[in-house]
Design a protein around this ligand. Structure first.
Ligand code: SF4
Ligand code: SF4
Length: 268
C-alpha cells in the first residue's frame, strides 16, 4: 500500500475566504493571470500550448453562456483540464494514428491497471470526486488487489474490468498499447516498448498546472493520487475524507508533467 498523505482540514471560515478570493476574479483578470502564469518545469512551447488550450476553452465556455463563477470552479476543480483532454482525444479518434488504430486493448486485459508508479497516477479533484461516487456503493466487495497486490482497487478481480469505467480518470483513458505482452512485462518492472500515454495527457497535466499557477493566492488547485482515492473510497471514507487522504503534495503535479514531457521528448 502506498503511503497516505495526511492533510489537515481547513476550517470553515478559511474555506469561505478562499472561495471569495476566487470569485473576486473576473474573466478579464483570469485571462491576464493565465497569460502571465509560468511553468518553470515545462518547455515554453508546451506551456504556451496549454495556455492557448485554456484560453480557447474559456472563450467557448463564455460563448455557451457559462458564468464567471462556473468557469472558475471548473478550472479550479480540474473539470476544465479533463474536458480539454477529452476533446483532444476525441479529435485524435477522428483520424487515429497507428498507435491508436493498432491498440491491443480489450476488456479483461488489465496489466495497465497494475499501478506500479508511486501513487498510481495523478488525477484532478473533479476526477477524484467522480471516482469516489462510482466506488462508494461497492464497499465490502472484493477489489483488484485480490488479483494482484498492486492492482487498482477499482478493478474487478474476477473479470479484470474497471468497476468505475464511466468515471475513470484521464490517465486511464489515455494509456494504451499495441502489445499486451509489453504491458505485462512493464507491470512486472520491465521497460518494454509499445505502451504509453497519448500526448493529450501531457496537455491535460500542463493545463491543470497552469491553472494552479494562474489562480495562486486565490484558491488552492490540487491534484490527487488515483490509487489512494480508489482505496479510500472502497474503505468507506466519505468524499471529503477520501480527498484529504489522497491529496498530493504540490510538487507531484509538476513532477508528473515534467516527467511525462521528458519521456515524450526522449521518445521522439
Ligand atoms: S494498455 Fe495494455 S494492459 Fe491495458 S488494455 Fe491495453 S493492451 Fe491491455
Ligand atoms: S480506475 Fe479503472 S481503468 Fe483506471 S486503473 Fe483503476 S481499474 Fe484501471
Amino acid at each position: 500500500m502506498a503511503h497516505v498523505t495526511k492533510i489537515s482540514r481547513p476550517s470553515a471560515s478559511r474555506k469561505t475566504v478562499r472561495t471569495d478570493a476566487l470569485l473576486r476574479i473576473d474573466i478579464a483578470a483570469l485571462r491576464a493571470r493565465l497569460t502571465a502564469a509560468r511553468l518553470p518545469d515545462l518547455a515554453t512551447r508546451q506551456a504556451d500550448r496549454a495556455r492557448r488550450l485554456l484560453l480557447a476553452w474559456i472563450g467557448s465556455a463564455e460563448a455557451d453562456g457559462q458564468t464567471a463563477e462556473t468557469i472558475l470552479r471548473a478550472l479550479a476543480s480540474g473539470a476544465a483540464a479533463a474536458q480539454i483532454g477529452a476533446a483532444l482525444r476525441a479529435q485524435m479518434a477522428e483520424n487515429p494514428p497507428p498507435v491508436v488504430r493498432d491498440a491491443a486493448c480489450a476488456p479483461g486485459c488489465a496489466f495497465c491497471c497494475i499501478l506500479t508508479g508511486e501513487d498510481g497516477g495523478t488525477i484532478t479533484g473533479a476526477e477524484a470526486r467522480a471516482l469516489h461516487a462510482a466506488l462508494a456503493p461497492l464497499i465490502g466487495q472484493p477489489d483488484g488487489r485480490a488479483w494482484h497486490p498492486m492492482a487498482c482497487p477499482a478493478l474487478d478481480p474476477a473479470t479484470r474490468t474497471c468497476r468505475a469505467y464511466d468515471a475513470r480518470p484521464a490517465i486511464c483513458r489515455s494509456y494504451l498499447s499495441t502489445d499486451a505482452r509489453a504491458c505485462e512485462v512493464n507491470a512486472a518492472g520491465g521497460s518494454a516498448a509499445g505502451a504509453g500515454v497519448l500526448g493529450a495527457h501531457l496537455d491535460y497535466l500542463a493545463v491543470h498546472a497552469l491553472v494552479r499557477a494562474a489562480l495562486a493566492g486565490t484558491v488552492k488547485v490540487h491534484s490527487y493520487a488515483l490509487r489512494e482515492v480508489a482505496a479510500a473510497a472502497l474503505a468507506g471514507l466519505d468524499a471529503k475524507a477520501t480527498l484529504d487522504s489522497a491529496r498530493h503534495p504540490t510538487r507531484m503535479l509538476d513532477r508528473a508533467h515534467a516527467g511525462l514531457a521528458a519521456a515524450a521528448s526522449k521518445a521522439r
